[in-house]
Write a protein of this length. Structure first.
Length: 640
RNA sequence: GCCAGCGUAGCUCAGUGGUAGAGCAGCGGUUUUGUAAACCGCAGGUCGUCGGUUCGACCCCGACCGCUGGCUCCA
């Protein structure tokens, strides 16, 4: 007998070699029915439900309700899809077909180009496989025999996979279906194909074998699967909702920005979008005042000598734009840091002056490969709420703490109330010595520890000149967005030979902290458009109030209302057109106006406006003064 | 950059190898209106660009540009 511990601490004695499914059956018939596999001893790896339990252990039974169970379902769906594809196109070669957080995919090598129509055909074939409800059988196989079999079947990708495995590892295949579809797989899977209750194929896309762009291009078919139809429909519904908030769609509808083929991947902010853009800048400028930053304005185009000195020429050239004139070559700046290093170095500094915090809303240009750009979230020209802090070693902790404090204040203003934090370490393409990198990474770790911040490590994801802390927010749809970054850099000060006079009258090297909170304003705008679904908080709304008159007889009064609101600095417009009020209200609501002020004879009589807030909330009549005051208060408080 | 898809009026979208259509927006009238679309009329497009096939191309073919979904890359 062995002892198996359940998640709640209960212990059960069972015979050595009892299978997971039998163990579950011992607890309850319902649990046995729902069991898809198990995680042993806290491992994240799921074992098959038929695998025997050999030793004392803790166990967590995996059902469809858990995240792990969902992966089992999706992985099984991926096998069923591969089976269906092979039934339709027997010459198809299979690469890999894992589950993902969104669903599953299978990479296939097939001459026939899969179209949207084909997805329907594959789905129909999958339904047949599911209806057959044949069991998923696990078989361990011998390496050489398995290689032979896959070679014979022409499954070159499977062969390559096996050849890459450790020869001592056990190989397993899973088999299901009337055609005995078999795939190299660690598993586990659902007990039989009939357990797949709800799935849908989403799209087909290109991918590279093993993610290597020099290798074979494969077709990747994406699908998703859920334990029930209801959950699938909910997922599809959420996708629709996300589509409705797509910043590219709203940007066009709300006249915020546009693109033009003459400037690929470079936005034009229209008057309304520029209002939001400038409000964001104003907001950050206020914070800069609070936190002791000095704003600078720096050149756009600088001699390549500068970029050679900073390391950009070596490590960042592929992402830069260059131009030649007056017998010299120049690079358009992709980052502000070198210009700030020049400013720092332009005059002798004392240790008493530090820290020096230089902020810059300079426009940056980075060449992005044509296929990677997207709306406002990945552009070739953008502006960061960028700043560089030059400080002494002993100031690093406090400076980073202050940045984190400021960052939290900023994010709260937009309703981003929980964060995920990553520490990114040295990348392959980097400058600086090992010691310096170690020192910098330790500096960041210490700062995180001092602030009691939990974080995950992103190996090799740092900037070329230093490690960084990345701040990820969750938007209204709980999607993750990386916004802020704090980077600790000992390299740039060295390359630019930056110094300060220390108390002992000697020279010391300052540290440079690169930091941005909103990240790029372009990207940030894209994110908040989707976060707020275009319903901006009052302080950001391009037009804050629309005055609507009921008929011409209140036109003059309405113009007076507009004028007095304008006087208060409120962004107001009006709909004086001679049409019915219902239509004008509708237009205002579609344009996401935060407030609508209706004036008819009653209001004209009493010096009032009838106020409607976003979403059709009727706030009733109010004097023009009170209304204006109410707006001013909300704006100044940056109320969400 | 690679794979696939897409590109018709300002917007959303129909459409066919015989030189284009709707709704909304716009403009002009009529209507003077009380909280999500008043009515009538007018105008608006070398069908992304260039080339080819064809008696004839918006439609078929090719190249290019742009966009979208992915891959790779990535603040």
């Amino acid at each position: 007998m062995i002892t198996v511990t359940l998640p709640d601490g209960h212990e059960r004695q069972v015979a050595r070699g009892t299978s997971v499914i039998d163990f579950a059956a011992g607890i309850g018939v319902g649990l046995a029915k729902a069991t898809l596999g198990a995680c042993l001893n806290g491992s994240k790896e799921i074992v098959d439900l038929r695998s025997p339990i050999l030793d004392d252990c803790s166990i967590e039974i995996v059902t469809a309700k858990s995240k792990a169970g969902l992966h089992v379902i999706r992985h099984s769906a991926s096998h069923i899809m591969a089976d269906a594809i092979l039934r339709l196109w027997p010459d198809c070669k299979l690469a890999i077909g894992p589950s993902t957080d969104q669903g599953f995919y299978y990479d296939i090598d097939l001459d026939h180009k899969i179209t949207e129509d084909d997805l329907g055909r594959i789905e129909a074939e999958m339904k047949k496989v599911i209806k057959e409800d044949t069991p998923f059988e696990r078989h361990t196989v011998e390496r050489e025999a398995s290689l032979d079999e896959f070679r014979r079947a022409g499954e070159i990708y499977k062969v390559e996979l096996i050849e890459g495995f450790d020869p001592d590892d056990e190989l397993s295949v899973y088999r299901h279906g009337t055609t005995a579809f078999e795939d190299l797989c660690r598993g586990p899977h659902v007990p039989s194909t009939g357990h797949i209750k709800a799935f849908k194929l989403m799209r087909v896309a290109g991918s590279y074998w093993r993610g290597d762009e020099k290798r074979q291009v494969l077709q990747r078919i994406y699908g998703t699967a859920f334990p029930s139809k209801k959950e699938l429909n909910q997922y599809l519904h959420n996708l629709e909702e996300a589509k409705k908030r797509d910043h590219r769609k709203l940007g066009k509808e709300l006249e915020l920005f546009m693109f033009h083929p003459t400037a690929p991947a470079t936005p034009f902010f229209l008057p309304k979008g520029a209002v939001i853009y400038n409000e964001l800048v104003n907001f950050m400028r206020e914070k800069y005042l609070d936190y002791g930053y000095d704003e600078v304005v720096t050149p756009q185009i600088l001699d390549v000598e500068l970029w050679k000195r900073s390391g950009h020429w070596d490590k960042y050239q592929d992402n830069m734009f260059f131009t030649k004139f007056d017998k010299a070559e120049y690079g358009v700046k992709p980052m502000n840091c070198p210009t700030h290093a020049l400013i720092y170095g332009s005059a002798l500094k004392s240790y008493k002056q530090l820290p020096i915090r230089l902020a810059d809303f300079g426009r940056l240009h980075r060449y992005e490969r044509s296929g990677v750009t997207a709306g406002l979230t990945r552009v070739r020209s953008f502006c960061q709420d960028d700043a560089h802090i030059f400080c002494r070693d002993d100031q690093i902790g406090e400076e980073i703490s202050q940045v984190i404090k400021m960052l939290n204040e900023v994010y709260e203003t937009f309703g981003f109330d929980h964060l995920k934090i990553y520490l990114s370490t040295r990348p392959e393409k980097s400058v600086g010595s090992d010691e310096v990198w170690e020192k910098a990474e330790e500096g960041l770790r210490n700062a995180l520890a001092e602030n009691d911040i939990e974080y995950e490590v992103n190996e090799g994801d740092g900037a070329f000149y230093g490690p960084k802390i990345d701040f990820v927010v969750f938007d209204a749809l709980e999607r993750e967005w990386q916004l802020g970054t704090v980077q600790l850099d000992f390299t740039m000060p060295e390359r630019f030979d930056l110094e300060y006079v220390n108390p002992g009258d000697g020279k010391s090297r300052p540290v440079m902290i690169h930091r941005a909170i909103l990240g790029s304003l372009e990207r940030f705008m894209g994110i908040i458009i989707e976060h707020f679904a275009g319903n901006f908080p009052l302080w950001l709304a391009p037009v804050q109030v629309r005055v609507i008159n009921i008929s011409d007889s209140q036109r003059e009064y309405a113009e007076g209302v507009v004028a007095s609101l304008k006087k208060l600095g409120i962004r107001v417009d009006a709909a004086y057109a001679n049409t019915r009020i219902g239509g004008k209200i509708r237009d205002a609501r579609n344009a996401r106006l935060p407030f609508i002020a209706v004036v008819g004879d009653r209001e004209k009589e009493n010096g009032q406006v009838a106020v409607q807030a976003l979403g059709g909330v009727d706030l009733g009549p109010s004097s023009v003064e009170d209304f204006g005051l109410m707006l001013k208060n909300k704006i100044e408080a940056r109320e969400i």
